[in-house]
Design a protein around this ligand. Sequence first.
Ligand SMILES: Nc1nc2c(ncn2[C@@H]2O[C@H](COP(=O)(O)OP(=O)(O)OP(=O)(O)O)[C@@H](O)[C@H]2O)c(=O)[nH]1
Ligand SMILES: [Mg+2]
Length: 425
Amino acid sequence: MATGSTRYLRYILFAVFGIAILYFISTSSLPSYAQPLTSGGKFSWDSPSDDSSSSKPKEASDAVSPPKQSSPASGETRPLQSMTPNITPAVPSELSPPAPGERVNATFVTLARNSDLWEIARSIRQVEDRFNRNYNYDWVFLNDKPFDDQFKKITSSLVSGKTHYGEIPTEHWSFPPWIDQKKAEAVREDMRRRRIIYGDSISYRHMCRFESGFFFRHPLMQQFEYYWRVEPSVELFCDVHYDPFRFMKDNKKKYSFVLSLYEYVETIPTLWDSVKKFIKAHPEHISPDNSMSFLSDDGGETYNKCHFWSNFEIGNLDWLRSQAYQDFFESLDKDGGFFYERWGDAPVHSIAAALLLRKEEIHFFNDIAYYHVPFTHCPTGEDLRLKLRCHCNPQDNFDWKGYSCTSRYFDLNKIAKPEGWMDQV
Ligand SMILES: Nc1nc2c(ncn2[C@@H]2O[C@H](COP(=O)(O)OP(=O)(O)OP(=O)(O)O)[C@@H](O)[C@H]2O)c(=O)[nH]1
Ligand SMILES: [Mg+2]
């Protein structure tokens, strides 16, 4: 019996000893800075007070560098030991302070469907982060159907200025009475067979006609003088460090672009005939200092298909509402090419800008870095890209590639191309 109890006592002693060893190993293997966490104390930036903390791993001390502002607000210097971090997350209660200077009477404008919500949200976020959070310009959203509450809720939370939501009147988003519906349908069927992009789409045609002739006439747009068009899924790669609307106004610019290219010929076979008809009928609207050589290589006989890419535009609304532009649009619209072919708003705006405006009224924004699938405008010039904190790859810049018309624009305006352009050809 006595031998038995000695054995039990020995087992118990071994067990206690084992547990004590395990406890010792487990606690001593924790780094010293973790002690307060495991002991239930509060997390602290306390500085090492003795030599034992010099065993603190390097990475950890780098990762948790103390806050820069170590003095209390009163200006007293607290002992290092009592420095604790402010671990309560700061509530971002304020927007960035507005940039100084007077605002222009201008707005962003977006045509979108409710289903475009998350794609336009991405665009807005970029425009706000790179520019508008400091300028707080309004944003007009237009749709052929009513915007739903979700669309309004999300977009209004993202825009720092006021948001406006408008429905497009039916007359601006339907077949005009002079269009032969049977003929238009046959064209769509033919384009579908020939696999022309958007060739069989009715809504795409309404969209192009609306952007060509009506968005600037919408009641919500009437109050504004300048617009900046933003489409879903676009990107801005650099800070916009000044107000482009102010630039446009102060320099009497009417139209601007960042990307230019050649139009897909199958979509505009008779557009130039229609333009020539307009030029003949309204010579009074053609600017004496126009940019015809951007559009044509033979003095206006044929169209070279060059156009400014209109998914990005900053422009003057009064110009689009002018008699000259109205006559231009109406003349083209009567010829029916929006439905009998698939005329895009990009060549329509571009041809108007090139013919009705003086050369210096058109501006190329090298410093606004932009992407709309599949093309990128990344500013030429490393100094500029660094200064504007750009995150685009200069190799992606489309400006000086063979399918861009921007080089032609520089040549006709006798503007020196930015340094480094040759490396991107
Ligand atoms: N409300 C509304 N907006 C539309 C409709 N179709 C296109 N849009 C908008 O019109 C703009 C152009 O349409 P996208 O689908 O982006 O056309 P895209 O593919 O960029 O066209 P390309 O520039 O020719 O390549 C975008 O802002 C769209 O949100 C439509 O049926 N209804
Ligand atoms: Mg688009």
